[in-house]
Every structure is written in C-alpha cells, then in structure tokens.
Design a protein around this ligand. Structure first.
Ligand SMILES: [Mn+2]
Length: 326
C-alpha cells in the first residue's frame, strides 16, 4: 500500500460519536501522520464532499455505510485509494459494490474498528500503541473479540479499565473541538488521564449520569417489549444504555429531533440475553419509513423523518414480540 509512508495526503474519515471512532483516527494519525475528519451519520456525505484531489488515500473507519454513500465514494475513488475499515453489520451487496469500485474493504463484526485498524498499522507503531485499540474494545463492549482479547491480555486490567472509562465519559461530554484535541493527543500516545481536561470532563459526565439515573425512570415510557424516551441534547447511545439499567428494560430507544423537526435520530440498545438482531431490524424498519439505520445485534442507530419516530418505535416493539414469542 503506497500510503503506508508518512503522508499528509492521507485522510481518515472516522466516527465522531465514541471512543472507537476517535481511536481509529488516532491510530492512523500516529502511524502515518494522516489528517482526519470526525463525522456523525448525518454528515458523512458533507464530509466526503470536502475531500479534494490533494488526497491520494482515504481511510473510512467505524462508520456503517449504506447505498446512499456510494456516489460520494465513487467520486473520491476517481483520484484516491479508499480503504474502508468497519465492524457494523453491512449489506453484503454493499460490500460487493464497494469492492467493485476498487475499495479495499476490511470488515469483521467480531472486533471493534480500532482493533481492525490497529492490525493494519501495528508494524508502523511502537509497542505501547497497542493500548489504543484496548480502549475501544472495552468502550464498544467487544473485549471478547478474537483480536481484542490478545491485545487486552498485554495490559494491566485496572490501568486499562480506568483509562478507558475516563476517555469514554469525557468523549460523551466533549464537543468536536475537544475530540479533535483528544485524537491528536492519543496519536502522541498520551494516556487519557494525561490529556488536559479529560478527567474534569469525565467527572462532569459522571455527575450528569447520576442525575439522569434518578430522572429517566420518571420520564421514560414503555411498550410491551421496550422502553423509550425523547432526550434532546444528550448522547443518545449513553441514554439508551442507561435506560436498560435504570428502567430494567430488555430493549431501549432514545431519540431526539433536529431543530426544525425534519428528521430524528434514534439509538437502540438491547440486553445481552435478548436473541435479536437490532442492527438488521433497525435497518429494515428505518428503510420502510423513509430513513436509514443499522448497527450491531445489541446496539444500533437510525435516522427517520420526525413524524415517523413513533411508527419506528411501535414497529420495533411489534417485531420484537414476533421474534421472542414462545
Ligand atoms: Mn465501533
């Protein structure tokens, strides 16, 4: 691969939301000095449109792509190599299409995207960089991943857990400017607790979560199989995780609307005993309602038109009834 050399002509587009996305960017930056952009699902296309011909290799990390992104990727492919590293459940047709465009697809749902990214770049990185994908494996709840286990075994458990939790909580609270700084500092192999304001932010987030633990059970609503809540201005994934805990729900949904209520974002989480595939369900239901979505078996996300949010929630509840019926 030609861009394995240090290169300012390499761009990494990675997921803004969580530790996994930020760490993917940090690994690639650390290994080859790549530039990076962080994006959420709503802004992927805008993000791709900023990639001009001054780049010759683009890495896309921790972003579950769908057919809506093909056109942008095809444009970028006209002048750059594209490597797509991801662990979300993907439509096999999409993988075929991407490969048909000459995209190098590294896809495995058993390990987080940072672990996959680290495997690709580890020869260019010092041994200590191996802790970076460990943060993501824990934060993405994929410690049991085949490659993650081997990496995690190298480190003292308490140290890596504590650093991971500082990073996870800080990133939940952080804005994009702070996250970019975190990526740059992680790329220099600073530990999360050494990065300015990470511990402050993590503790602020912990206080906020403590308040939410009291608040959520009073405000959440329930259908037969799931608990849901509207939560403006919060990290939807953390709210959905918290709902499973404080409302003792098997499946949870948190959502919010954009300011003019054109579309709404949803995060869906399930408890580990649930024999369901939320990623696929989310993708199918969101598509039926004119939106898009996907993810993992027990953690997924979607964007649907705002007037379809309750349809999505009811349809999800119905499908879970069908699938878990004895
Ligand atoms: Mn991930």
């Amino acid at each position: 691969m030609k861009s394995m050399q240090p290169s300012l002509k390499t761009m990494c587009v990675s997921h803004l939301k969580d530790v996994d996305g930020c760490v993917c960017a940090a690994i690639i930056r650390s290994a080859i000095k790549a530039n990076f952009m962080l994006t959420n699902y709503g802004n992927i296309t805008t993000c791709f449109s900023k990639i001009r011909q001054n780049y010759d290799h683009v890495y896309i990390c921790d972003l579950g792509l769908n057919e809506n992104h093909i056109k942008s990727i095809n444009r970028v492919r006209q002048f750059a190599e594209v490597t797509y590293i991801d662990h979300h459940q993907l439509d096999p047709n999409l993988i075929d299409t991407l490969q048909g465009l000459g995209v190098d697809v590294i896809h495995d749902t058993h390990d987080c995207a940072s672990v996959l990214t680290f495997q690709l770049f580890h020869k260019l990185l010092p041994h200590e960089a191996g802790i970076l994908p460990c943060y993501s494996a824990i934060s993405d709840r994929l410690e049991q991943g085949p490659q993650a286990q081997a990496l995690l075994n190298q480190y003292d458990r308490d140290f890596v857990l504590f650093e991971t939790m500082l990073l996870t909580y800080a990133i939940e609270k952080a804005d994009i400017i702070f996250k970019k700084r975190v990526v740059n500092q992680l790329a220099k192999l600073n530990y999360p607790h050494q990065i300015k304001d990470v511990s402050v932010l993590a503790l602020e987030q912990l206080s906020k979560i403590t308040a939410l633990r009291q608040d959520l059970p009073l405000k959440a609503k329930a259908l037969h199989n799931l608990t849901y809540i509207e939560m403006p201005g919060e990290s939807l994934g953390s709210i959905a995780n918290l709902l499973l805990d404080v409302c003792n729900a098997d499946v949870s949904v948190s959502y919010n609307h954009d300011p003019i209520k054109t579309h709404s974002d949803l995060s869906i989480r399930g408890k580990s005993h649930m024999q369901i595939d939320l990623g696929t369900l989310t993708s199918v239901i969101a598509k039926q309602l004119g939106g898009f979505g996907g993810g993992h078996a027990l953690a997924s996300g979607a964007r649907v038109p705002s007037d379809k949010v309750m349809d999505f929630i009811k349809s999800l509840d119905f499908h879970i009834s069908q699938m878990t019926k004895k």
